[in-house]
Design a protein around this ligand. Structure first.
Ligand SMILES: Nc1nc2c(ncn2[C@@H]2O[C@H](COP(=O)(O)OP(=O)(O)O)[C@@H](O)[C@H]2O)c(=O)[nH]1
Ligand SMILES: [Mg+2]
Length: 221
């Protein structure tokens, strides 16, 4: 595993730097997904399941954003997937400059780059990092009101994953209400109900992802 310490240049705007990152990812023909949720919603667990499903067929890189430490990276490296750790030190989100500092550590082309952003429902949504799209995870114990309280993320996310559906019988979370609230903020959102614990819903999500990966390959050739 490579470790990147962040030094944040200030002169170029985040948006411009995100565009530069995008060009580099495009050269590799990678599908890049920026995964955002509150702490504990299940980002790492979800990534683990996706990697388990797809690692034999696709070259996958995970970029891990954490304020400190490398606990999640260690979990993922056990699956044999390449991982780059970014420690943001004081920042509650990844920005395009921090992401750029991971790029020199990428030594081969990957079909899929999964970026686990810092756990936070607010700030990560505000910073483009060079992704194809944002994927928001909302977990059932957080409550079905979160799309109302944190609208920007749900407005911007192409995909919303509702995780911890195994807990639905025990928590005060109305699935349809949550979906209606997400659709209200973002009518085009593609919503998946899953449990990263039991694996339920993961095949449906991975089928969707494989189609995107294959479309990307076709467009390139
Ligand atoms: N019951 C249940 N627990 C889950 C599920 N997904 C993750 N967890 C648990 O939630 C906690 C936080 O998960 P983690 O993947 O570390 O979340 P992250 O902070 O968003 O990366 C861990 O204890 C996981 O085992 C799920 O689908 N169902
Ligand atoms: Mg995590």
């Amino acid at each position: 595993m490579k470790k990147v310490d962040v030094l944040k240049p200030v002169l170029v705007s985040n948006k411009e730097r995100a565009r530069e990152n995008r060009k580099i990812f495009d050269k590799m023909n990678s599908l890049v997904i920026n995964i955002i949720s509150s702490p504990g919603a299940g980002k790492t667990s979800f990534i683990q399941k996706v990697v388990e499903h797809l690692k034999e067929k696709y070259r996958i890189l995970v970029i891990e954003g954490d304020i400190q430490g490398q606990i999640d990276s260690s979990r993922l490296m056990k699956l044999g997937v390449d991982v780059i750790q970014i420690n943001t030190v004081t920042e509650c989100h990844l920005d395009a400059f921090m992401t750029a500092q991971a790029l020199p550590s990428i030594k081969k082309n990957y079909d899929l780059v999964l970026i686990e952003n810092v756990g936070n429902l607010v700030c990560p949504a505000e910073f483009e990092i060079g992704e194809d799209y944002k994927l928001a995870i909302l977990s059932t114990p957080e409550g079905d009101d979160k799309p109302l309280k944190y609208p920007l993320l749900f407005h911007l996310a192409k995909v919303v994953v509702i995780n911890k559906c195994d807990l639905l019988p025990y928590v005060d979370f109305k699935l349809q209400k949550a979906k209606d609230r997400i659709k209200n903020k973002n009518p085009r959102a593609i919503i998946f109900d899953v449990s990263a614990k039991t694996g339920k819903g993961l095949v449906r999500f991975c089928t969707f992802l494989e189609k995107e990966l294959n479309d990307k390959k076709k467009n390139k050739s």
